[in-house]
Design a protein around this ligand. Sequence first.
Ligand code: FES
Ligand code: FES
Length: 182
Amino acid sequence: MRTSESAAPNNPWPAVRFVVNGEARIVSIPPMKRLLDVLREDLQLTGTKEGCGEGECGSCSVRLSGELVNSCLVPVLQADGAVIQTVEGLALNGKLHPLQEAFLQRGGAQCGICTPGMLMAAAHLLDHCPNPDLAQIREGIAGNLCRCTGFIRIFESVAAATSAQSAGSATTLTTEQSHHAR
Ligand code: FES
Ligand code: FES
């Protein structure tokens, strides 16, 4: 596992250590800086998007040690020692996650702002509920808002990905990523 250090020499801030998408990272930054901003500004993981900045829209969703969180509400200090997965960590070895394939094929990738959060929420859902029905899909991404185009294609995309999940693809990805994160 590679370790990257983004702290500048003589940086006065305490080091915060975590694993992001299988890579150990150390950052020395103000401890109350939002995880969203650390991901985007300090680690250049700009796939995670900011919508509301207030914990309402889910655009900034990432997984933090197995929990789906709004990264705009998480001070980076809270991530010390955590294992983080962002949307960049869904694809593995150049192969898109079944959800990403489904969003592309079914038109679930609409405006681009909400999509990464939708994908993370859906991945979290499928890891816990491999064959969700429509009600479970709705509930699973209830914390993620589309404010422009509508949810139908997003629901259809998640439903389409369940067959691949049932075949074991997404579970395998998650297991491998967990392995990388050790
Ligand atoms: S930007 Fe974090 S919930 Fe909206
Ligand atoms: S807000 Fe992204 S598709 Fe509507």
